[in-house]
Design a protein. Structure first.
Length: 487
């Protein structure tokens, strides 16, 4: 690689940014557990945040200050931001909750970290045989001379006939345990790489679709040229090298005979005594291949369906103005994509107008600060009768209402403080609160922002004082007389 290529990767590649991040151990460990080991291709934000919260709790426990003080969702949003690029945040069809998926760059960084671990056994024979077999397939697969092809087939038939003859004579060559472990190690690595390749193929399909959409967004020619561009772009996705390779591999997985063969081979391999520490997850790895391939295929179908909408003449004619507005928005978005991100805020007016006259606004009243004197406090006596804590006082509002109605017979309104002076409180604070909740058809209760003080003497003979809002009881017309009242 050239120096400029490496420098560009260091500046722009998301995998390199992940390895240089301050929280790289947390990101690599968590994304490996969720997306790589469990082969998850999409998980809701709530479930992923709960799993990350459990991890953060375990790492922060006992540490002062905690190494990861932020909330789980804050970390997820930061990892999905364009300046990070380790998670892809999207909304599935029919869902209002965002979902997350690991990006190919994050999986590459995880694979590189895993490759740094020392291995107790490193096999080379199986990889050499694989390399030779691949070269043989390329050479004879590209051969156009029929005679050369026949010669190769004759050679292979002689090898097979010779092996059959040796088996009939009882000469069976059994692969030794070291060779079995060598080939199983290569199979395990290839199987995991295939799962990672599916995520990268899906990302490349999205990149092809995004490039095509950029061309459509900036298109200012005739409609016929645009339709031709869309059709050619759709064909370029399916006919690209990755598209052809993926579809060939997916067709291979969909074959019932191939699936039965893979199931039988995996079962028999994992029963070999030499592979006592075999990964049980690889026993059903072909099912994970199929699930990952189906997800990639669904992504291609979704992208193709979105591109097909551009071919709808009726939608084009009916929504021409809407399309022009959307195209201008997309053009602006593409122009701003490379610029630094800024926080955007918006304000919304009230849904209904509120009419407030200037004279209705009260003058400013400084809040009253309550002085708390904590000096001279003494510890209470532990030996006391707790019955007072459970005593309940019921205040009947009917006599209090009668007091207000009698007072309003001689005046149009009366304040709460004046009323208490005429009728002292008998039940203390409970009776005072009951005065606030009085309702009657004979008078209205008006609360003022002005504060006033109310005094009374409790049952023990101690003076009490409370600062309450000013309450005024105003008489309604006509004023009915209470039962038993004297005019």
């Amino acid at each position: 690689m050239r120096f400029d290529d490496v420098a560009a990767l260091q500046r722009h590649h998301a995998a390199w940014r992940l390895l240089r991040a301050d929280h790289a151990p947390l990101v690599v460990r968590f994304l490996d557990d969720v997306f790589v080991q469990d082969n998850v291709r999409g998980i809701s934000a709530g479930e992923l945040a709960d799993r990350l919260d459990d991890v953060l709790h375990g790492l922060n426990e006992g540490a002062d200050p905690p190494p990861f003080p932020k909330a789980a969702r804050a970390y997820l949003d930061a990892w999905a931001a364009p300046e990070a690029g380790w998670l892809r945040k999207y909304y599935p069809a029919g869902s209002d909750e965002p979902h997350f998926d690991a990006t190919p760059a994050a999986e590459k960084a995880i694979a590189w970290c895993a490759s740094l671990k020392s291995r107790s056994f490193v096999g080379t024979e199986s990889r050499l045989n694989t390399a030779v077999e691949l070269l043989r397939q390329m050479v004879y697969g590209a051969e156009t001379d029929p005679d050369a092809r026949l010669a190769e087939l004759e050679r292979r038939r002689e090898e097979i006939d010779g092996e059959i003859a040796r088996v009939q004579r009882g000469e069976v060559d059994v692969m030794d345990p070291a060779a079995q472990r060598d080939r199983y190690q290569q199979f395990a690595g290839t199987a995991r790489e295939l799962l990672a390749d599916f995520r990268e193929v899906e990302g490349n399909f999205r990149a092809l679709d995004r490039g095509l959409r950029e061309q459509i967004t900036t298109w200012d020619g005739a409609k016929g040229g645009l339709l031709e561009q869309v059709v050619n772009g759709r064909a370029s996705i399916a006919d690209s090298d990755q598209g052809k390779s993926f579809h060939a591999f997916y067709d291979f997985l969909l074959s019932p005979a191939r699936q039965e063969e893979l199931t039988e081979l995996l079962h028999r391999v994992h029963e070999l005594p030499a592979l006592g520490d075999a990964d049980e997850r690889l026993r059903t790895v072909h099912h994970e291949w199929l699930a990952a391939g189906e997800r990639t295929q669904a992504t291609v179908r979704t992208l193709s369906e979105q591109l097909r909408r551009y071919l709808d003449d009726r939608v084009w004619l009916e929504n021409r103005r809407v399309m022009d507005i959307l195209r201008s928005i997309e053009t602006s978005a593409l122009a701003l994509r490379e610029q630094p991100r800024v926080e955007l805020t918006s304000e919304m007016d009230a849904l209904a107008p509120t009419v407030v006259l200037p004279m209705e606004r009260p003058l400013y009243t400084p809040p009253t600060k309550t002085a708390v004197d904590s000096t001279g406090l003494e510890s209470g006596d532990d030996d006391f009768d707790p019955g007072a804590l459970f005593g309940q006082v019921h205040v009947d509002p009917a006599p209090l209402t009668a007091h207000v109605r009698r007072a309003l017979l001689q005046r149009p309104q009366i304040g709460l403080a004046t009323l208490i002076d005429e009728h002292p409180l008998e039940h203390g604070l409970a009776e005072l609160v009951t005065y606030f909740s009085l309702t009657d058809f004979a008078f209205d209760v008006v609360f003022d922002d002005t504060a006033e003080q109310v005094e009374w003497v409790d049952a023990d003979g101690r003076a009490r004082r409370a600062t309450v809002p000013r309450v005024i009881y105003a008489r309604r017309a006509p004023m009915p007389q209470p039962t038993g009242a004297r005019p």
